[in-house]
Design a binder for this molecule. Structure first.
Ligand SMILES: Cc1ncc(C[n+]2csc(CCOP(=O)(O)OP(=O)(O)O)c2C)c(N)n1
Ligand SMILES: [Mg+2]
Length: 374
């Protein structure tokens, strides 16, 4: 028997508003209205300001740690624009704040979370979102499950989950991809490929040329897009959302982008990144690109931009004041989030504020001799 081809595949790359500001009329027509483009630009600008403020809050001891989203805002807003707030789900990581705000999360929740206040994770009932997920790659499983639940319930609601390039090297990622495709769960897997997992460059942790091709192994429609192009991201999202709502299962989008800041405030990226690489990506900043697009359509000018920058600062100052102004939580609240009904041991810990996990009497103070402890 001659050899035959068992499988072939190609992966499309989508770019609509390119780095030089050239717009593909054919692909881009009707994708994002002028009004929406203005709104997205404003949202990206406010999020950029939030990043700047959060950085200063951390440096002045008012926040634990913070991962700046700087440079990746287009992937967030371009994708969220294709979703319906209050109906569709978002299962996030931590570098898509702008998408969360579009889905209805009050901005101060994100600051509260990074200030170490668990109430930042208690997403309001009307916002269909799981809390930020810092454990890398664990949350895509939740997305697969939530999507499956929506499918069983017979809704048309979809789930968008965000994760980095590094997360695709985790086992949970592959389990989520497998189950989502087998169960035809309406999930859109949005990979923000920023080329770095803290100090590990993409080529040191995966041998595949693209992240998008990982979806081929799961029989999932997949595409690579310019993640700094709101139009390209929206194009791919519309396609994926349509498929998911029609009952045709999950899709994968690799949004190629770059984090312009450090990994988090606990990192100094200058120690491992080539400054020229950063310069090259500053030139591809999604805010600059979107602004140039708006200017080319006579929708924007320097005056408007100055006003927006001031407004963004005012908004963020208010958000910071709200986050810092919330009253301290009750100590007992640490026992309230895990179980609907606390079990006996938990009640004992709550009442004594001590643990008996080592078999000690929680009412004991100070050291006792070993015979009394057994
Ligand atoms: C399960 C797990 N392993 C390791 C870490 C430590 N860690 C935090 S962020 C990160 C890199 C993540 O890279 P990527 O998925 O590309 O996301 P990015 O930060 O670039 O947005 C690692 C390894 C973690 N948080 N969780
Ligand atoms: Mg990364």
């Amino acid at each position: 028997m001659p050899k035959t081809t068992a499988y072939t595949a190609t992966i499309e790359y989508i770019s609509i508003l390119d780095e030089q500001g050239k717009f593909d009329d054919k692909l881009g027509k009707g994708l994002i209205t002028d009004e929406q483009a203005l709104d997205l630009y404003e949202r990206m600008t406010v999020c950029r300001q939030l990043d700047e403020f959060a950085f200063k809050l951390q440096r002045s001891g008012r926040m634990g740690t913070y991962p700046q989203n700087k440079g990746q805002e287009a992937a967030a807003v371009g994708s969220a624009l294709a979703l319906t707030p209050g109906q569709d789900w978002v299962v996030p990581s931590y570098r898509e704040n702008a998408a969360l705000f579009m889905m209805g999360l009050p901005m101060h929740y994100v600051l509260q979370y990074w200030m170490g206040d668990e109430r930042g994770s208690q997403v309001p009932e009307n916002v269909k979102m799981t809390p930020l997920s810092v454990p890398i790659g664990t949350h895509m499983l939740h997305a697969a499950g939530i999507g499956y639940a929506e499918k069983i319930r017979g809704t048309k609601n979809v789930v968008a989950t965000y994760f980095g390039d590094g997360a695709t090297s985790e086992g949970d990622f592959h389990e989520a991809m497998n189950f989502a495709s087998v169960l035809k769960s309406p999930v859109i897997f949005i990979n923000q490929n920023n080329s770095w997992a803290i100090s590990v460059p993409r080529e040191k942790q995966m041998a595949s040329e693209t992240v998008a091709q990982k979806a081929l192994a799961y029989g999932m429609p997949t595409v690579r897009v310019d993640g700094n192009d709101i139009f390209a991201v929206k194009y791919a999202m519309d396609d994926a959302v349509k498929r998911a709502r029609a009952g045709d299962g999950p899709s994968f989008i690799e949004a190629v982008t770059y984090r312009l800041g450090d990994h988090t405030t606990a990192d100094d990226a200058r120690r491992y990144r080539d400054p020229q690489e950063v310069e090259n990506w500053i030139a591809r900043d999604p805010l600059i690109r979107t602004r140039k697009y708006l200017e080319s359509r006579k929708l924007w000018d320097q005056n408007k931009d100055d006003t927006l920058q001031e407004r963004a600062k005012t908004i963020v100052k208010e958000v910071v004041a709200t986050a810092e102004g919330v009253s301290k939580p009750e100590v007992e609240s640490i026992f309230n989030a895990m179980f609907a009904e606390p079990h006996t041991e938990l009640v004992r810990q709550r009442d004594t504020m001590r643990t008996s996990s080592l078999g000690k009497d929680p009412s004991q103070t100070g050291l006792k001799n070993t015979t009394q402890n057994v």
